[in-house]
Design a protein around this ligand. Structure first.
Ligand code: PGA
Length: 246
């Protein structure tokens, strides 16, 4: 399966940085992996208009199509301005915005209803890993935040250990392998054979220098990249590693 490299710009970026997205898009003319960038909402439309070879995504959406929800944005609105995939349940939203598994599930369903791909983020905290609860936390998160409507087209699962996000810390290869194998097993037993084609991304301090090794781990079908997606040259290094690891 082709790898997906998705950039999560978080609350960074401005109009001038559309030129970085264009540069990445140009590089991706010849690429052999899938590439997406999720900038903040105000940049989605311009990013979409300026790109041909990569997908543009969003970082969050509301559960409803529309309504009296001041300050919120629906999946349908995001698709209309060019988003093709939407992150849901990122650990920063779980922490900062108190998003529970139940909310993440409703948001995933909203993304499916709108016709986009939900990138559902899961992952353990350092405390949970130290207490050897990693797999039970992942199981609980998948059981309660993935909807019945999951298919390889409408869903990507991103495994992001919370302690690896923005810290420069990356799990041991065996830790990534066992988490991804566990996620694959859960998906296959819940959704059947088709779930072997659901992409599972690794996220947390992915850089040009470690991407090759991470992409060589079985059941790692790409990466969700934060910090290193903000500089086009760094992000292109990761795209190259994904293209070469086919
Ligand atoms: P990072 O962030 O690459 O900066 O660790 C990853 C993420 O939060 O998706």
């Amino acid at each position: 399966m082709s790898k997906l490299v998705a950039g999560n710009w978080k609350m960074f970026g401005n109009k001038a940085m559309i030129s970085d997205i264009k540069k990445i898009d140009q590089h991706c003319k010849e690429k052999t992996c899938e590439v997406a960038i999720c900038p903040p909402f105000p940049l989605i439309s311009a990013a979409h208009e300026q790109t041909k070879n990569i997908k543009i995504g969003a970082q969050n959406c509301h559960i409803n199509i529309n309504g009296a929800h001041t300050g919120e944005v629906s999946a349908e609105m995001l698709i209309e301005v060019g988003a093709q995939l939407i992150l849901v349940g990122h650990s920063e939203r779980r922490q900062d915005n108190y998003e529970t598994n139940d909310i993440v599930k409703l948001k995933s369903e909203a993304v499916h209803r709108a016709g986009a791909t939900a990138v559902v983020c899961i992952g353990e905290t350092l405390e949970e890993r130290t207490a050897e609860k990693t797999l039970s936390v992942l199981q609980e998160q998948m059981l309660n935040s993935l909807p019945e409507s999951v298919t390889p087209i409408n869903t990507v699962v991103a495994y992001e250990p919370v302690w690896a996000i923005g810290t420069g810390l990356v799990p041991e290869t065996d830790q990534i392998r066992s988490a991804h194998a566990f996620i694959r097993g859960f998906l296959a037993s819940t959704y059947g054979a088709e779930a072997h084609n659901v992409k599972i991304l690794y996220g947390g301090s992915v850089k040009g220098s470690n991407a090759k090794e991470i992409f060589s781990i079985s059941n790692v079908n790409g990466a969700l990249v934060g910090g290193a997606s903000l500089k086009s040259d760094d992000f292109i290094e990761i795209i190259k590693a994904a293209s070469n690891s086919m």
